[in-house]
Design a protein around this ligand. Structure first.
Ligand SMILES: Nc1ncnc2c1ncn2[C@@H]1O[C@H](COP(=O)(O)OP(=O)(O)OP(=O)(O)O)[C@@H](O)[C@H]1O
Length: 389
């Protein structure tokens, strides 16, 4: 290599070193000394802020959008409040209901009445006989109308539609209803035999005689109706007011539960105090009503069927300390004298053992603790197996 070429190589190397040095010093100056942000950093910052704001606004807008869709769907699905007569039976026309029931043109016969309303018998244009329960429109709270009637009216309507759908031989289904401004009329099939209460009254005055076999069949039918309401209906239906006047008997003495769930609507609106001998003790202390409250009421009905004694009889009141039909029965049971309680008119040959077992069932239904009472499906099994004991 000649001198010339060596010099050239040295020149190139020094230029290269100079370039590297300037680059390193520039990098160092960037990292060690603070300097105003360059335009690329500002751009980056702007982009990041843009993305952040964009996603926040997008998220907020989608929440608002989803909520408005939800409200729209809820609004569209809202049940419209039906005014005027509503019929669930092809045999009953809206026109007939309006002319006969709303205008009272059918010269009705009074079947029963109480402070909350009355039962009337009407014969429609097509000669169909119906029983109509007329009561105050349940929209009043302690006498004053509710402020927001819409949701309440919808709830009553939902309950009535549920009662129209019940389909069981031991439960009355609602055939139609009419809503006037202050009156709600519920239309049911007319049952000529009347109620268990009517039958027990005729029995006490010796106008009717029916033995344990028929009474047992009535008890089993009531429990089958309860089991259907408690376990086979969706949502489940609680009776709330099970008593002999709400058990109708058809021409074959097959029981049919009437007024299912109605007391809840009336009680919620009028704050009616519970006062019946058929109401479970816990209902007096709390407003919580369960299927076990219906079971308690059934226990009292079964005691009535076994003893023939009306639980509201003065025999159980006053200073004698008997307290109630259930307490009196329990006392006799503990004393080993349960057969003293049996209705002498009913005791036929071979019935006594079965009736004594039925007293035990009636008492377990009236246990103070709701958890100690059987459910309606357990009760059905217990009662139907009575014959095999
Ligand atoms: N569908 C029906 N067919 C025939 N008679 C009926 C029918 N529904 C009710 N009744 C008669 O009406 C009576 C019941 O009337 P009502 O319901 O007004 O009295 P209540 O049972 O004491 O009251 P509530 O059940 O509202 O507390 C029954 O004992 C029965 O005689």
């Amino acid at each position: 290599m000649g001198r010339k070429s060596i010099r050239k190589a040295l020149e190139i190397k020094s230029v290269f070193l100079l370039f590297s040095f300037s680059q390193i010093s520039e990098t160092l100056s960037h990292t060690t000394s603070p300097s105003p942000p360059s335009s690329s950093t500002a751009n980056l910052r702007r982009i990041l802020l843009g993305v952040l704001f964009g996603s926040l606004t997008g998220g907020f807008a989608s929440i608002v959008f989803l909520l408005s869709i939800r409200f729209f769907v809820l609004f569209a699905n809202r049940i419209p409040i039906l005014d005027g007569p509503v019929t669930f039976s092809s045999k009953i026309s809206v026109k007939t209901l309006k002319s006969v029931i709303s205008d009272y043109s059918g010269s009705p016969q009074l079947l029963g009445s109480n402070p909350n309303g009355k039962y009337l018998k009407f014969v429609l244009d097509n000669q169909l006989t119906v029983a109509v329960k007329m009561m105050l429109e349940p929209n009043c709270s302690k006498g004053s109308p509710r402020k927001n009637l819409g949701p309440w009216k919808r709830e009553v309507q939902r309950e009535l539609e549920l009662l129209a759908k019940v389909n069981h031989r031991n439960v009355m289904s609602l055939r139609a209803y009419i809503r006037d401004s202050d009156r709600l009329s519920l239309v049911y099939d007319y049952i000529p035999n009347g109620s268990l209460d009517d039958a027990m009254k005729r029995l006490r005055s010796d106008k009717l005689l029916f033995g344990w076999e028929l009474r047992h069949r009535i008890a089993v039918g009531i429990v089958k109706g309860l089991k259907y309401l408690h376990f086979e209906c969706t949502p489940r239906i609680l009776h709330y007011d099970l008593k002999p006047s709400n058990v109708l008997l058809d021409e074959n003495f097959e029981p049919k539960l009437a007024d299912c769930g109605l007391a809840r609507l009336v009680m919620a609106s009028l704050d009616t105090s519970v006062s019946s001998c058929y109401v479970a003790p816990e209902c007096f202390q709390s407003c919580r009503y369960t299927d076990k409250c219906d079971i308690y009421s059934f226990g009292v009905i079964l005691s009535f069927l076994l003893t023939g004694r009306d639980p509201s009889d003065p025999f159980f009141m006053g200073v004698s300390g008997r307290g109630s039909l259930g307490r009196w029965l329990r006392h006799l049971q503990h004393a080993g004298e349960a057969q003293e309680a049996l209705d002498k008119k009913t005791v036929g040959e071979g019935d006594e053992e079965e009736m004594l077992m039925a007293i035990r069932i009636a008492l377990v239904c009236q246990s103070d603790l709701p958890a100690d009472r059987p459910s309606s499906d357990e009760l059905e099994a217990m009662l139907t197996q009575l014959h095999s004991f």
